[in-house]
Design a protein around this ligand. Structure first.
Ligand code: KIV
Length: 254
């Protein structure tokens, strides 16, 4: 698709029903992101989610998908310490979760883990720029790699990830110009989130793009629906209908 200049689409999903809709909508790839920790479990960061929980979400998504490529995040602490552990985590995600590929965050620091997983025949998607599992190192969710030194490291990490055999990489919250340079410098596709229009594809968190997540409004987000308002409105109407004995009516009864 990169070669043909066809943009690649990716959205997150964490459950069967949503995955079915996202797949039916024609998305190329579905990500079981560790953002499940935020939007499904209500944690402030992605750090607390466990491998067992990510495997559960992945199993649910897999049952709903007929055509899209399914990529699952390996959560914090399951691949950074050593490459053996990284491989074990990736194998569990593939065997028990049923994912087609795993995504892991970082560059040269996790080189051994990427090599080990790729060598075992498991497709790996990289993730550079704002890597939320390192939030306590960064201290903020602001745009990364604005300074030359960080931008140079990011470019060199992107080239390394390609060399190591990653099949694609996410670029999160970096200047559009840098994302363009990275995308032109490597032959594997870049999937951007807050990284401008020149990435080879785009990814968004499902709950954000359908407007379920009212408190989250970064500049890069385009909301396609206002489901928060729709759903709270529907719930209020239901409450009213039950309280006034309007629901159920005769045709809704046996
Ligand atoms: O966890 C996630 O949803 C992600 C995307 C934001 C790329 O990693």
């Amino acid at each position: 698709m990169k070669f043909d200049k066809e943009k690649i689409t990716m959205l997150t999903a964490y459950d069967y029903t949503t995955a079915k809709m996202v797949d039916a909508g024609g998305v190329d790839s579905i990500l079981i992101g560790d953002s499940a920790a935020n939007v499904m479990a209500g944690f402030e960061t992605t750090l607390p989610i466990t491998l067992d929980q990510m495997i559960y979400h992945t199993q649910c998504v897999v049952r709903g998908v007929e055509r899209a490529l399914i990529v699952a995040d390996l959560p914090f602490g399951t691949y950074q310490s050593n490459s053996e552990k990284a491989l074990e985590s990736a194998v569990r995600m593939m065997k028990e979760g049923g994912a087609h590929a795993v995504k892991i965050e970082g560059g040269v620091e996790i080189e051994d883990s990427i090599r080990k997983i790729v060598n075992a025949g498991i497709p790996v998607m990289g993730h550079l720029g704002l890597t939320p599992q390192s939030i306590y190192k960064f201290g903020t969710y602001k745009v990364r790699a604005k300074e030359d030194a960080e931008a140079e490291k990011l470019l060199s990490d992107a080239k390394l990830l390609e060399e190591l055999g990653c099949f694609a990489l996410v670029l999160e919250k970096i200047p559009a110009e840098l994302a363009k340079k990275v995308s032109e410098s490597i032959s594997i596709p870049t999937i951007g989130i807050g990284a401008g229009a020149d990435c080879d594809g785009q990814v968004l968190v499902y709950h954000d793009m359908v407007g379920m997540n009212q408190g989250f409004s970064p500049k890069f987000l385009r909301r396609y629906l206002d489901l928060y308002t729709e759903i709270t409105g529907a719930v209020s109407q239901y409450v009213k209908d039950v309280k006034t004995a309007d629901f159920p009516n005769q045709t809704e009864s046996y």
